[in-house]
Ligand binder design. Structure first.
Ligand code: NAP
Ligand code: MG
Length: 499
């Protein structure tokens, strides 16, 4: 990890940054065919950072035709896997050489703290690209069991032209989770970053060209969900879409696919993630540290954020006391100051949505909105039962709801009483109970005595309405971006005798 700079040094870097102002299609800077633009702003100040092309269906058509040509002539898909690996490793090296520039750009555009951008988002992005690059030449195809006079091969081929539609909460990291395996598998991509946070995807596309990803393979179109996202979802010549975002929008992509060409759809969606703490936990300080990090990291704008603390009544008071103490240390303010852990929410619209969860006489145990209408303190709200809005809806802000139980059985039932199933955590000193709970909870990732999302080696995705169709991360992510083909050979040959 590169060293953190001072606030003044980051501000200086921010002033010197060259911010992208064009989309990228077929390896070239690209303006929308209509000439329209939209502005992307700095959530900490409201200042306009750049005007970007407001692309539309016409631009999606152009990008897809370049992607299709690039796919079909084999400039990427037919390279030796080791050559694709070399290019992707070079891309990771280029990102590493630009860690601070990328961290500052990400922080400016999204309001994420520079501390997180430089210590988590950018390094994890680089690690993710390296991991998938390294996997390229280690994934084997299969030969199926067949009779002596047959040979049955199961080969993986690139999915084709793939659309990637991304959220604003981890602009670089969600990009990496998708382009890592998608490029490794040899596909051609048309990417739509979130309108609020498009800058770093454009910068990565520039660096990808520099690293040797051929023109036409990694196209980035900026614009709105209706202008670019929907035309990608409905395009007749896009073979698959991988989407990360809200459940409401994800659902639309299934409709788009059903009403167009039945493209493959993978959805990584929202969560309402439970964290169970039983009365036998050994180290309350460690538990509280995980809870504060899990609930408030990235201002709670995290699909896997702990949002329901389901705590045994005996341990509730001492645990909350420690959680409050630790949350006190999370300083709120200018995200460009490396001492700050909480920046502004991504936009005024999102602030209003999050604030609406604190407007109806809730029992706020800790925190609340700040006097500055962009920031929300780490906040803890007591709720009486799992049926209230705080316990059911994804808030996507730094608000943790606390629910009290008196048994593990009750806790697991409550954890599962949700339409979501992305992540969950269980804290107990009893290993058997921990594993029983982990197996009983319907979620794609369950962490025991910790909060987290696993690492590059483990798949990530949701049960129930938290996901559909596949997983990000690990070798399982490669399944999203490949088609399986059976090649069946008849080897019977009367003249070959009995060899
Ligand atoms: P969102 O509103 O669903 O937007 C996601 C993307 O879809 C954006 O690029 C958006 O474009 C686009 N979009 C919006 N409306 C569309 C439409 N009608 N048709 C096609 N595309 C459309 O989600 P978000 O607010 O950016 O992200 C937060 C959500 O992502 C949360 O629910 C969070 O839980 C989820 N998330 C899930 C994971 C996971 O791995 N499971 C990871 C991170 C985040 P605009 O740019 O115009 O908004
Ligand atoms: Mg922005």
């Amino acid at each position: 990890m590169s060293e953190l700079l001072s606030k003044t040094e980051y501000q200086q870097l921010a002033k010197q940054l060259r911010l992208p102002s064009k989309a990228i299609v077929n390896g070239e800077p690209y303006a929308a065919a209509s000439g329209a633009t939209f502005s992307t702003t700095n959530p900490a100040t409201g200042e306009v950072l750049a005007n970007l092309p407001a692309c539309s269906a016409e631009d999606v058509d152009i990008a897809v035709s370049h992607a299709r040509a690039a796919l079909e002539d084999g400039r990427w898909s037919k390279l030796h896997p080791a050559s694709r690996k070399k290019v992707l490793l070079r891309l990771a090296d280029l990102l590493e050489a630009n860690v601070q520039e990328l961290a500052v750009m990400e922080s400016l555009d999204s309001g994420k703290t520079i501390f997180d951008c430089q210590t988590v988002d950018v390094p994890e992005t680089i690690h993710c690209l390296r991991w998938h690059a390294e996997a390229i030449d280690k994934i084997y195809d299969q030969v199926a069991p067949a009779s002596d006079s047959h040979m049955a091969m199961i080969v993986r081929e690139p999915m084709g032209v793939v659309g990637l539609v991304l959220p604003w909460n981890f602009p670089l990291l969600m990009l990496a989770w998708k382009i890592g395996p998608a490029l490794a598998a040899g596909n051609a991509l048309v990417i739509k970053p979130a309108a609020e946070t498009s800058l770093t995807a454009l910068r990565v596309a520039e660096l990808a060209l520099e690293a040797g990803v051929p023109p036409g393979i990694l196209n980035v179109l900026t614009g709105s969900g209706s202008g670019v996202g929907e035309p990608i979802g409905r395009h007749m010549d896009i073979d698959a879409v991988s989407f990360t975002g809200s459940t409401v929008t994800g659902r639309r992509f299934l409709k788009y696919a059903a009403e167009s060409n039945l493209k493959e759809v993978v959805l990584e969606l929202g969560g309402k993630n439970p964290c169970i703490v039983m009365d036998d936990v050994a180290d309350l300080d460690a538990v509280a540290t995980h809870i504060v990090n899990g609930a408030f990291w990235n201002m709670g704008q995290n699909c896997s954020a702990i949002s329901r603390l389901i705590v045994h009544k005996v341990i509730k008071e001492p645990l909350l006391k420690k959680v409050f103490q630790l949350a006190d240390a999370w300083r709120v303010g200018d995200p460009m100051d490396p001492a700050h852990r909480i920046g502004p929410l991504v936009s005024p619209a999102h602030f209003s949505k999050v604030k609406s969860f604190l407007d109806q006489g809730e029992k706020v145990l800790y925190g609340g909105v700040t006097s500055d209408e962009r920031y929300v303190h780490p906040t803890i709200v007591e709720v009486e039962h799992n049926g209230v809005r705080h316990a059911r809806e994804e808030i996507f802000g730094p608000i943790l709801s606390v629910l009290t139980v008196d048994s593990l059985q009750q806790a697991v039932a409550m954890a599962n009483d949700t339409e979501y199933g992305l992540t969950a955590s269980v804290f107990t000193a009893n290993g058997t109970r921990a594993l029983r709970a982990a197996r009983a909870i319907k979620a794609g990732t369950v962490t025991v005595n910790s909060f987290g999302e696993g690492d590059s080696t483990t798949p990530f995705g949701g049960y129930k309405q938290s996901g559909f169709g596949g997983r990000d991360k690990s070798v399982h992510a490669h399944d999203q971006y490949t088609q399986l083909k059976t090649i069946w050979l008849d080897l019977s040959d009367s003249e070959a005798g009995d060899i």
